[in-house]
Design a protein around this ligand. Structure first.
Ligand code: UTP
Length: 408
């Protein structure tokens, strides 16, 4: 029997089709599907009918960036302050590894991808090596929190254990899972991924702090004296993590968040740029950047919106706790979603075929009261792996790794 409340919920959101195979299911699968329906937040699905609608932007103005020459001039002080904070155990790293990496197209978690040529060199290994650089420099192990999703949690943990965490002490590595959201076709109808299971996908990287908190890890982090979380993407194999100079500069400038940025390589480069929005720090996405903003100049005559974010932020924990109840905007994103076709067969599409619903970490920046954009040299710190070939790919990252002396 399908409980009344479940039927009513599906009717309310126009999702009755997810029960198409209900009668064929065994008792256990029936129960599992009913609980999945009960637990799923379907109120977000309405956004699929209006996917282009983003949150209205406020008044945009420039946010000055700490550029390389200023960093060089203050390096000694910043490095000392940052190193002190790290030695005191105040800085932790958070690896965002819950994404599906659909553009790369591997079934394994992205971190398991081998970028080596003559030897094995996994993405996770590159990142751990970066952490070990700082461990060596500061003589301190840094706690590493790893966000996974229910789709890749087991594989991620299994792999890292098998590889003995690439030399990082296991007691400093902590895993937590992010939440999931339903995935739909272009009409907002939830796909089935099995006869007794609705298609779901990770709900974006914006939920990382809530998920970390729900897993009981915030409490632990506070017990350990952690005051700063350096969050970073799984796919940038060159970035410095818990970089003492970056940490020190953010602290010295009394900002509650620091954002590593790179100078744009063209006015229309597809990166989100740092700015102020109604007087608060924010990020304008490249598709929101009007011609007027693209061509605007600062008082020195340089482009006013010239620094793009690379998903490496340092957040002050107290400030995260202050904003934790504030809602983030919902992004409706076109993705490839495996689904059951008319005949009940699983199809893995080659092209995007529907929507996922995501909250994004970049929207958290606008909730913060102050932010330091901190310039890094693109060729030394930005090698994202989104695709197999072309821009931001395994190929381009390999070139950059080689240029930085990494043996492949
Ligand atoms: P991307 O925006 O590249 O998304 O994630 P993705 O899902 O991994 O890849 P595609 O678009 O399907 O190819 C940027 C960073 O945010 C993490 C990713 O793991 C990556 O480190 N992320 C993304 C999450 O942790 N959770 C998510 O739900 C989405």
């Amino acid at each position: 029997m399908i409980p009344e409340n479940v039927k009513e919920k599906l009717e309310k959101y126009g999702q009755e089709h997810v029960l198409k195979y209900y009668d064929e299911l065994d008792e256990e699968s029936k129960k599992a599907l009913v609980s999945q329906i009960e637990e799923t937040d379907m109120s977000i699905l309405a956004a699929a009918l209006n996917p282009e609608k983003g949150a209205e932007k406020g008044k945009i103005s420039p946010l000055p960036c700490m550029e390389l020459d200023e960093i060089e001039a203050g390096r000694e002080v910043f490095e000392r302050t940052g190193t002190e904070a790290i030695k005191a155990g105040k800085v932790a790293a958070v690896l965002l590894a819950g994404g599906m990496g659909t553009r790369l197209g591997s079934d394994d978690p992205k971190g398991m991808y081998n970028v080596g040529l003559t030897k094995k060199l996994y993405i996770f290994e590159c990142l751990i090596n970066k952490m070990l650089d700082v461990v060596k420099q500061t003589g301190t192990y840094i706690h590493l929190f790893v966000m996974t999703s229910e789709k890749n949690n087991e594989a991620t943990i299994g792999f890292l254990k098998e590889k003995s965490f690439f030399g990082y002490p296991e007691e400093y590595v902590h895993f937590f899972k992010q939440e999931m959201a339903p995935a739909t076709d272009y009409n907002g109808k939830i796909y089935l991924e099995e006869k007794g299971r609705m298609a779901t996908s990770p709900n974006g990287n914006g939920g990382w702090f809530i998920s970390l908190m729900r897993a009981g890890l915030l409490e632990k982090a506070k017990e350990w004296g952690i005051e700063w979380f350096n969050i970073f993407a799984v796919d940038n194999v060159l970035q410095r993590i818990a970089d003492p100079v970056f940490v020190g500069a953010t602290i010295e400038k009394k900002c509650v968040v620091g954002a590593k940025v790179v100078r744009k390589n063209a006015p229309d480069e597809k990166v989100g740029v740092m700015c102020l929005e109604d007087g608060r720090p924010s990020i304008v996405e490249y598709y929101e950047l009007t011609d007027e903003l693209m061509n605007a100049k600062d008082e020195k005559g340089n482009p006013a919106y010239n620094f793009g974010v690379i998903l490496n932020y340092l957040f002050y924990v107290d400030e995260l706790e202050r904003i934790v109840r504030e809602e983030l905007p919902l992004h409706v994103v076109k993705k490839k979603i495996p689904f059951l076709n008319e005949n009940g067969e699983l199809v893995k599409p080659e092209e995007p075929n529907g929507y996922k619903f995501e909250n994004l970490v970049l929207d958290m920046i606008h909730q913060m009261s102050s932010c330091l954009p901190f310039e890094v040299v693109r060729e030394k710190e930005f090698a994202p792996i989104k695709n197999k070939t072309g821009v931001d790919s395994v190929e381009s990252a390999r070139e950059l790794l080689k240029k930085n002396g990494v043996e492949l």
